[in-house]
Design a protein around this ligand. Structure first.
Ligand SMILES: Cc1ncc(COP(=O)(O)O)c(C=O)c1O
Length: 368
């Protein structure tokens, strides 16, 4: 009865939406399986925790949390703007990149507008579009990678936003500078391209697209970034968008008054000072990646070479079954059913001890 009332009251288009299913939380697995030692490799969190400088900054700010934060995160905006060599009103902060993605949809998508995304990709582009009554066109990945030519072929006068998840979640693959330059030459004026670069820090040693140049050229481009991954601040929620003033002005009309709390702002500022932590995160990720590649190959499993802190691996057998058996051993991963990849799973690269625990468990399971 209760459900029926909910369906009738929901805005058009929302009845059919499926609620986001996050990676299983550690607490839930502990309760369900009665295990205390749990390794979570399901949500691409930082296995090294949080930057010590961020932690210190957050502890220091705690006595003043009875006051509202500065709504626009001015100190953070200044810092990010300086890093990019742009003005601070070309940056907007939100309660995680998820919040920024919702803001973008609220600000720009009219009912009936078309949005183009890769498939599979991060689910939030589709959800936020459908919340606003937009229509989602999906272009299958090619070789686990965003197919920019395929996307180009779907652009019409109805296209409002194109989302490019770069590196892509869940595959970890990237599109490169030259491909993006060629693609952007064919994107019409009235269409916005959102580059979701949540994992970009992990891909910097490549010919990664310099999307900031497009922003500086006043193209209709928004770059989305987060402090959740490489900076280890997923729990306090800080993300941002960078774009030309004509787009940022629209986002500023929609943003809530205090989207980023005081603790999160302090933590993000602290993290930006902590190059040592960042270097260590990169080192651990690289070492872990090589180890996982090597062990997957030994087990005759294949993987998409990744530019992130996670790997999409093909177990060549039912990934739901393996995921359940790993859960029984206290290891949480993300099976690929949700992306129509039933034999694959997305696994966060952990510390060496965590990676070794995963591989030992996988070896045991495939022997059974
Ligand atoms: C591609 C991508 N974009 C955005 C987000 C959201 O990040 P945040 O934690 O800042 O909301 C994630 C989180 O997993 C992601 O994978």
């Amino acid at each position: 009865m209760e459900n029926k009332a909910e369906i009738n009251l929901a805005r058009k288009g929302i009845e059919k939406l499926i609620a986001y299913v996050p990676g299983k939380p550690v607490e839930e697995v502990a309760r369900e399986y009665g295990i205390t030692e749990i390794v979570k490799l399901a949500s691409n969190e930082n296995p090294l925790g949080t930057s010590p400088k961020a932690l210190a900054a957050m502890q220091q700010i705690l006595p003043s949390v009875y006051m509202y934060p500065e709504g626009s995160s001015p100190a953070l905006r200044e810092r990010i703007a300086a890093n990019y060599g742009i003005e601070s009103d070309m940056v907007i902060f939100g309660n995680g990149a998820d919040n920024i993605l919702l803001l973008i949809a609220q600000a720009f998508i009219n009912e009936g507008d078309e949005v183009i995304i890769g498939d599979p990709t991060f689910s939030v582009y589709e959800t936020t579009t459908r919340i606003m009554g937009g229509r989602v066109l999906k272009v299958p990945l090619k070789n686990f990678t965003y197919d920019l030519a395929g996307i180009k072929g779907k652009i019409s006068e109805k296209t409002k936003i194109i989302y490019i998840c770069n590196p892509n979640n869940p595959t970890g693959t990237i599109v490169y500078q030259d491909e993006v330059a060629e693609f952007m030459a064919s994107v019409p004026e009235n269409c916005i391209v959102v580059f979701d670069e949540a994992y970009a820090e992990f891909a910097q040693k490549t010919n990664f697209p310099q999307t900031i140049q497009l922003v500086k050229e006043q193209r209709n481009v928004l770059i989305v970034r987060t402090f959740s991954k490489v900076y280890g601040l997923a729990g306090v929620r800080v993300g941002y968008a960078v774009g030309p003033k004509h787009l940022l002005g629209v986002l500023n009309k929609v943003v809530e008054p205090f989207p980023v709390n005081k603790v999160a702002q302090a933590g993000a500022l602290g993290a930006l000072e902590d190059q040592e932590f960042l270097d260590e995160v990169m080192r651990v990720t690289e070492v872990g990646k090589k180890y996982l590649y090597q062990e997957f190959t030994k087990m005759k499993m294949t993987y998409a070479p990744t530019f992130t802190n996670f790997v999409l691996v093909d177990f060549k057998r039912d990934a739901e079954v393996i995921t359940k058996k790993l859960l029984e051993r206290g290891i949480i991963i993300r099976p690929g059913q949700i992306w129509q990849l039933p034999t694959c799973a997305r696994i966060t690269i952990g510390t060496m001890a965590q990676n070794e625990k995963l591989i030992a468990a996988l070896k045991e399971i495939i022997k059974e």
